[in-house]
Design a protein around this ligand. Structure first.
Ligand code: PLP
Length: 392
């Protein structure tokens, strides 16, 4: 008899670099807000990747868009125009009311493009970002990321990145000067523990930029594409940035990143200033167009607001030990006291058939698909309460 192969989690540990502290579950199938593991066990997915499966797993519209585009045309490089990319750029510009797009493959790449663009557009070197902000793992986006301890092993990083406490408009204004190319902020710090910018903070950042002739860049990699109940979270604040970046949920599970800038700022890039072999390929753009269609046709912005409210209210009742329940739309975090580890709670939740993620500040993060139902929300809160009960 042939020996059966070791479990996939062990093979992963042997074959992959240890860049992730993976959970001991292997998923083999997804449909809507449900996942199934290799033992056939069903889970309610309130992670959606990490805020990526925006319209749920295997949505029929998405599957058809990806399959038919794959059968027609997968790749021709960016030396030629393709219909899905141009249409996607036009749709995003229409949703914003301004701008021109550059397509990449990830959030870090979208931010990298933004960082190069603002330096070239202004001729200035400095970028002001926030403590606790997360912008990616490339050298420049790591330099922009507001966790100094994560910088240390990779120094020297690109220079001229300055960090100010998130949410304090005076500290921000004091840091922005005539050497500042841009202020870079998330409307809600996602990886930092689901921390929404306080009311008026983005408007204050806009003012500080205008006063110094600097540009405002909003990193909507996690908050955009409907996640917070608007196409772009900054639209809820009525603030207009000069540059906005998107990725994660935009193509519903395929790699995409976009940097959109105002006409004036975008004009700084000419041929050869920036590029991507795969960025904005026909398949991810066809997938992203399907995501936008489904969000529009199924009224998912409004639904993200109402189910998000229900989720936050129920979590606040269920998790009385929590320090805070906070978020916007379907980007929700439960901050736990230090004696309860958020990873232990996420592991316990898996045991109750609920998939969650952790975020900084000892926070458990809930980012289900925007298609999530009220019944899903109620079931998730019940499973979370049970998991939390085991850890307290
Ligand atoms: N910016 C924000 C706000 C993010 O949340 C993330 C990822 O979590 C990134 C950038 C980096 O995106 P990616 O992992 O696609 O490079």
């Amino acid at each position: 008899m042939r020996a059966s192969p070791p479990p996939l989690v062990d093979r992963a540990a042997g074959a992959l670099m240890a860049t992730y502290d993976r959970f001991p579950v292997t998923f083999v199938r997804g449909e809507g807000t449900r996942l199934w593991d290799d033992d056939g066990r069903e889970y309610l997915d309130f992670a959606a990747g990490i805020a990526v499966a925006q319209i749920g797993h295997a949505h029929p519209r998405w599957v058809e868009a990806v399959a038919s585009q794959a059968a027609r045309l997968a790749h021709v490089s960016n030396l030629f125009s393709t219909e899905p990319q141009v249409e996607m750029a036009e749709r995003l510009v229409a949703l914003l009311g301004w701008g021109r797009a550059f397509f990449a493959n990830s959030g870090a790449e979208a931010n990298e493009a933004a960082l190069k663009l603002v330096r070239k557009a202004t001729g200035r070197p400095k970028v002001v970002a926030a403590t606790g902000g997360f912008h990616g793992r490339t050298l420049a986006t790591l330099a922009a990321t507001g966790y100094p301890e994560k910088h240390v092993p990779f120094e020297p990083l690109p220079r001229e990145f300055v960090h100010v406490p998130f949410g304090d408009p005076e500290e921000l204004a004091a840091a922005v000067d005539d050497r500042t190319a841009a202020v870079l902020l998330e409307p809600v710090q996602g990886e930092g523990g689901v921390v929404p910018a306080p009311e008026g903070y983005l408007a204050a950042a806009r003012e500080a930029c205008d006063a110094a002739g600097a540009l405002l860049v909003l990193d909507e990699v996690q908050t955009g594409a409907g996640r917070c109940g608007a196409w772009f979270a900054h639209q809820l604040d009525g603030v207009r940035p000069d540059v906005v970046t998107l990725a994660k949920g935009l193509a519903g599970g395929l790699p995409i990143g976009v940097c959109i800038a105002t006409e004036e700022t975008a004009g700084a890039f000419g041929p050869g200033d920036h590029a991507s072999t795969f960025g904005g390929g026909p398949i991810p753009c066809a997938a992203a167009l399907a995501v936008l269609d489904v969000i529009e046709e199924e009224g998912l912005l409004e639904r993200a607001r109402s189910t998000g409210e229900r989720l936050m209210t129920s979590l606040a009742e269920a998790a009385r030990v929590a320090i805070e329940v906070r978020g916007r739309g379907l980007l929700v975090g439960v901050e736990l006291p230090p004696e309860i580890g958020s990873r232990d709670v996420v592991l316990a939740a898996l045991g109750h058939g609920l998939v969650l993620t952790q975020a900084g500040r000892n926070t458990v993060r809930f980012t289900p698909a925007l298609t999530v139902t009220e019944a899903d929300v109620d079931a998730a809160v019940q499973a979370f309460e049970a998991a939390l009960g085991e850890e307290t």
